[in-house]
Design a binder for this molecule. Structure first.
Ligand code: ZN
Length: 300
């Protein structure tokens, strides 16, 4: 019995062992297949990763390329913008020059010419605009006196503001035509002979023909005399006339005419200020220096 039992046990154990042996062999095989599959998957994943990395490099290159293109475009844009700005300023400069030339072409260049013995006006010269001066500003309020239309406002304001400081400027003469000047000169010559040349310009050489020059007196003197220099009206003019663009043409010691404290010429505010600042007279400047102020002659 015992032997039989042992034999059976041996056979059973062998059978079981054989079974477990084959069973684990099967499992090993399955595991190996699984490992092999995992290996293949890994290889595949690696390949995929590699491809992705390659793509990434390509994309980075492309991005870099785009960035460079973008930078180039930005530079081009900047260059174009700079060109535009340059053109714009050129256009502005050109239109500024055109504006200046237009303004100059519309401004009578005779207005700031030095007369007396250097330049003279044609007998046909008449100011572009002549306006009648209001009687309240005249010594003889019923006289018919004319002045350059663009300068009359400067004159009227000057006289009104002087009046508000109790300074009573009265106009004796203003615009004189070529023919008027002939009569004036003839009259003086009859009275003073050739001495008249010292204080009365020949026709065509007179600043009065410009329509921008005025002779003042006051209500007590009632005439054009050197004594005007001692009157408050003359003092006021020497201190204030430049503010309205008027200057004394023939001051004491000038080499053109005798001293005429009553004779004031409009040269524009900016030139009048320059002359005052530099303590110079109109006729001391060269015509070239004076011409630079023509453009601003009516500026306020
Ligand atoms: Zn005069």
């Amino acid at each position: 019995m015992i032997v039989i039992f042992i034999v059976l046990l041996t056979i059973g154990g062998f059978g079981c062992g054989t079974f477990f042996y084959f069973d684990s062999m099967e499992k090993n095989k399955l595991l190996e297949e699984e490992v092999s599959l995992l290996n293949r998957t890994l290889i595949h994943t690696k390949e995929l990763l590699f491809r992705l990395q390659t793509n990434n490099v390509d994309l980075t290159d492309m991005l870099e390329g785009e960035r460079n293109t973008n930078q180039d475009l930005s530079k081009n844009l900047q260059v174009e913008q700079e060109k535009n700005t340059m053109f714009q300023s050129q256009i502005q400069n050109i239109s500024g020059v055109v504006g200046t030339l237009q303004k100059l072409s519309q401004t009578d260049e005779e207005l700031l010419k030095k007369y007396s013995k250097v330049y003279f006006l044609s007998e046909n010269y008449i100011p572009s605009k002549l306006s009648r001066i209001d009687g309240q500003y005249l010594l003889n309020s019923s006289a018919e006196l004319y002045f350059h239309g663009d300068v009359l406002p400067f004159l009227s304001v000057m006289i009104s503001e002087a009046k508000s400081s109790n300074v009573d400027l009265k106009i004796v003469s203003a615009y004189r035509s070529f023919d008027d000047q002939i009569s004036v000169k003839t009259g003086y010559k009859t009275l003073y002979g050739s001495g008249a040349n010292q204080f009365s310009a020949d026709q065509g050489y007179s600043e009065h023909q410009l329509g921008t020059t005025i002779d003042f007196t006051n209500p007590t003197l009632k005439k054009l005399v050197t004594d005007f220099e001692n009157k408050p009206e003359y003092k006021w003019l020497t201190e204030n006339a430049y503010r309205y663009g008027f200057v004394l043409s023939y001051p004491k010691g000038n080499s053109y005419y005798q001293y005429e404290p009553w004779h004031w010429r409009f040269v524009g505010i900016s030139l009048a200020k320059k002359l005052r600042d530099e303590k110079k007279n109109f006729y001391d400047l060269t015509q070239r220096e004076i011409d630079a102020y023509l453009i601003s002659v009516f500026d306020r």
